[in-house]
Ligand binder design. Structure first.
Ligand code: AMP
Ligand code: TRP
Length: 383
């Protein structure tokens, strides 16, 4: 039994939703990819998701993914298995500096605990510590469609290539590495090796989830019904936009650091970043994502903390100024992130090897679960 060296703090201010409600609304109120009914009934629920260790997560990661992981953890029925991973092998699909990656992995792991994942309820682990992920990756690559992979957008955007470029193009051929191209196959293996039925992610992962379902079906068709096709649970905060370029999503890679709020930002930093958020020449407040993406993004972020709709918030701020909206938003974000930041800082500074112990135990549990799948897979393949 692991005991945290630190007091558990609650970092949630969202209204609790009863477990049974939560899981039945996943496929209705939440914007999920529909799964065949039989699947949901035939397999016990397993929730899996992952995040790359490429720096301290930002507000988009938090609202689009991490906060939902914690909500699911806190509301799922007892027999639902929960696994969350720092997907460090995925980070290698673009060049990494070893020392930097080592730091980012640890920071990513500490963040998962700081936001409220509880290792006594959820399995938290590093992907590279569970070799079954890469074994299944290879096996799935023997059924994965090259045509499908070549139409996917991530490898193109990571290489700064236009969306309509094909594999025949010489620029694509010279820049593209096999690992980046086959990234979605490893992601499918992450999910399927745990027989996951539900995958909570942000909107940008929808295409990867569709690919995973397609690949699971291709395998099942050839070798028997081994994998439940997983269902995406898309967070209500589908796409949190950049504070500096509100037509682009908030991301770890944008050159301007003020475009994103990090979970470890101080109250002062948060206020500064929100104050400098790009809006338009109109100083009034209205919700119009097409014509006024800047102020609409601020209203959307506020609505994720406040619970009211963007339209209602716009009505409230109609007669006050953009400055007061920014001030209120800065305070709401800081209030919510402060306990996360404090817990994160204590975990990172902790001199006992608490994080390593949690990671080892997570890897053991995840390996045991993955091995069950791999025994079935090997048998189905005649290995
Ligand atoms: P990544 O940082 O790409 O590993 O993403 C981790 C998780 O955060 C995934 O589920 C993404 O869909 C989600 N995510 C990343 N950026 C955003 C964003 N700007 N808005 C909403 N969700 C996001
Ligand atoms: N591709 C995901 C992202 O960039 C990270 C990821 C890897 C993932 N494997 C996964 C997410 C499995 C969900 C399930 O955000």
């Amino acid at each position: 039994m692991l005991t945290s060296p630190l007091p558990l703090v609650s970092c949630r201010n969202t209204p609790p939703i009863k477990a049974y409600q939560r899981l039945t609304i996943c496929s209705r109120r939440w914007n999920s990819v529909p799964a065949p009914k039989a699947t949901s009934l035939a397999h016990p629920r397993v929730i899996f998701s992952g995040i790359q260790p490429t720096g301290v997560p930002h507000l988009g990661n938090y609202l689009g993914a991490l906060r939902e992981w914690v909500r699911l953890q806190d509301t799922a029925p007892k027999d639902t298995r929960l696994l969350f991973s720092i997907v460090d092998l995925h980070a290698l699909t673009v060049p990494q500096e070893a020392r930097q990656l080592k730091t980012w992995r640890r920071e990513g792991f500490a963040t998962l605990l700081a936001v409220g994942l509880d290792p006594s309820r959820a399995t938290v682990f590093y992907q590279s510590a569970v070799p079954a992920h890469t074994e299944l990756f290879w096996i799935l690559s023997t059924v994965a469609s090259m045509g499908y992979l070549s139409r996917m957008t991530q490898w193109k955007s990571k290489l700064d290539l236009p969306e309509d470029i094909s594999l025949e193009d010489s620029a694509a051929r010279s820049k593209l590495r096999l690992g980046l191209f086959s990234y979605p196959v490893l992601q499918a293996a992450d999910i399927l090796v745990h027989r996951a039925t539900h995958v909570p992610v942000g909107e940008d992962q929808r295409q990867h989830l569709e690919f995973c379902r397609y690949t699971a079906n291709s395998f099942n068709h050839l070798y028997g019904n081994i994998f439940p096709p997983p269902e995406a649970i898309i967070s209500p905060a589908k796409r949190v936009m950049s504070l500096k370029e509100p037509t682009l999503k908030m991301s770890k890679s944008h050159t301007d650091k003020r475009s994103r709020i990090l979970l470890t930002d101080s109250t002062e930093d948060i206020h500064k970043k929100v104050k400098s958020a790009l809006t338009d020449s109109d100083a009034s407040v209205s919700y119009d994502p097409v014509h006024r993406p800047g102020v609409s993004n601020l209203l959307e972020i506020l609505s994720h903390f406040d619970g009211r709709s963007c339209e209602d918030l716009a009505e409230e701020y109609k007669s006050s100024s953009l400055q007061s909206l920014k001030g209120h938003l800065g305070s709401q974000i800081s209030l919510h992130l402060e306990p996360i930041r404090e817990r994160y800082l204590s975990l990172i500074a902790d001199k006992t090897n608490y994080l390593d112990v949690v990671a080892e135990e997570g890897a053991r549990t995840a390996s045991a679960n993955a091995d069950i799948t791999m025994r079935r897979v090997r048998k189905a393949l005649g290995l």
